[in-house]
Every structure is written in C-alpha cells, then in structure tokens.
Design a protein around this ligand. Structure first.
Ligand SMILES: C[S@@+](CC[C@H](N)C(=O)[O-])C[C@H]1O[C@@H](n2cnc3c(N)ncnc32)[C@H](O)[C@@H]1O
Length: 219
C-alpha cells in the first residue's frame, strides 16, 4: 500500500529544503551499491524532518540505530549544534564504508561517530560509557534497524536518553501491513506499535510520513 500518493510526496519534497550536494551524491552512490535495497534510505522528506526535529529540540547528542549508507545520519547531523554529535550503529561494514566516504566530504560528516557491530552489543558499550560519565545521555534517538529488535531498542532508549528526550521510530506503518497483519514482519511492527501505545512513559504521535514515523517524548 502506498501511504502517501507519489504526486503528493513529490509535491512535498519540492516544497521542502533541498538535499545537500553530499546527500544527492549519497543517493546516487547507494543506487549503484545496492539497487535492490536503496529504498531503505530515508530520502529527502523524512531526512529534512529528522533535521528539523533535531534542530528544533536543540539536540546535541543523537543516537541512530541503522546507519546503512549514512543518509539519515547526515540529516540528523545537519540538525545538531556545531559541537553536537550523532552516534550511529550498524553491522554492515560495506554500507558503512560508503557512508564514511561521503561524510568525509562535508562539515556535517565530522559530527558523526560510527559504531560497527551488532547494535545490541553497541548499546551495552554506550550504556557503560554513560554510567562511567564518559558520555552524556542522548537527547534524541532514531530507530531504523532490524524490526524484530524494535522493542529491545525502544527499551534501551529509556536508559540511554535523558528525561524529556525524544524517540523517532521508522517504518511503523510497514507499507500498510499493520492494518491486517499477515506475515511475521507485519505482526512484529503491529505488536511494537501496541507496546508504544500502552507505554505511559512517553507522549507520542504516529505520523504518515513516508512509511510511517512514531515520534515520542520521554516524560
Ligand atoms: C533501513 S536500513 C537503515 C537506513 C538508514 N537509516 C538510512 O536512512 O540510510 C537498516 C540498517 O540496519 C542495519 N541492521 C540491521 N540489523 C542490525 C543489527 N542487529 N545491528 C546493527 N545494525 C543492524 C542494516 O545493516 C541496515 O543497514
């Protein structure tokens, strides 16, 4: 199911801030590197949404689950302060190599720290560093890695983020599969959405942006 008609999506993109030259290059490089999964990139509409949320919050420390080739990390980096940082987690060294090659071409890229490996392990490391006072709590998290682990990443955010911090979760509409769940992924995302709905620790809104975004604020 198309969440937003293509014509409306294109109109929205045309009337939003335009992608940076590095983001344009990253889209092309990703199409060459992985044509079948290039759609995993958040793209310009969602990318600009991430930039604006980070910037409106005055976020300094942002955590991302799921780097892929680095488009969303770059979008978040555009929104954080000059001394801000985006820590991004992924286990795919080839995708991350493309990300790093492009981040190296622009000032925003210098704000990004990549942790390579299973995100479930990386968050243990981050938790330990925060507990030891080596890192501040994060202001904002963007969850966009393996969907089955969304509940685990969600829960980790309550240990890794400060009170008043925000969590963004991608693909919560799963191309409409959540309406009448059939396969395991439909059920996983629908169950996750139910978990968020019941979670009294956050205020939340689900938005039909691209494949659906949940925006939550830790109370
Ligand atoms: C949808 S893509 C992320 C897209 C990215 N946010 C963007 O806009 O370009 C999901 C990424 O999650 C990564 N991933 C999946 N499971 C993971 C895990 N357990 N640990 C770390 N990364 C994981 C994949 O390697 C993939 O690059």
């Amino acid at each position: 199911m198309e969440i937003t008609p293509a014509s409306i999506h294109d109109y929205c993109v045309l009337h939003s801030s335009q992608p940076s030259p590095t983001q344009v290059e990253l889209v092309e490089a990703t199409k060459r590197f992985a044509p079948h999964v290039a759609h995993m990139q958040v793209g310009n509409m969602e990318g600009k949404f991430l930039t604006l949320i980070a910037s409106l919050m005055g976020a300094n420390h942002v955590l991302e689950f799921g780097t892929f080739t680095g488009y969303s990390a770059l979008s978040l980096a555009e929104g954080v302060s000059e001394n801000g940082k985006v820590v991004t987690l992924d286990r795919d060294p080839k995708a991350v190599a493309i990300a790093k090659a492009h981040w190296g071409k622009c000032a925003e890229g210098k704000k990004i720290e990549s942790l390579l490996g299973d995100a479930k392990e990386s968050i243990k490391l981050l938790e330990a560093e925060i507990a030891a006072g080596k890192r501040p709590h994060f202001d904002l998290a963007f969850i966009d890695a393996d969907k089955a682990a969304y509940p685990l990443y969600w829960e980790a955010c309550f240990r890794l983020l400060r009170k008043g911090g925000a969590i963004l979760v991608d693909n919560v509409l799963w191309s409409g599969g959540v309406l009448h769940p059939e396969d395991a992924s439909d059920h996983a995302i629908h169950n996750f959405n139910q978990l968020v709905l019941r979670d009294a620790r956050v205020q939340k809104v689900m938005l039909p942006i691209r494949d659906g975004i949940c925006l939550a604020r830790i109370i």
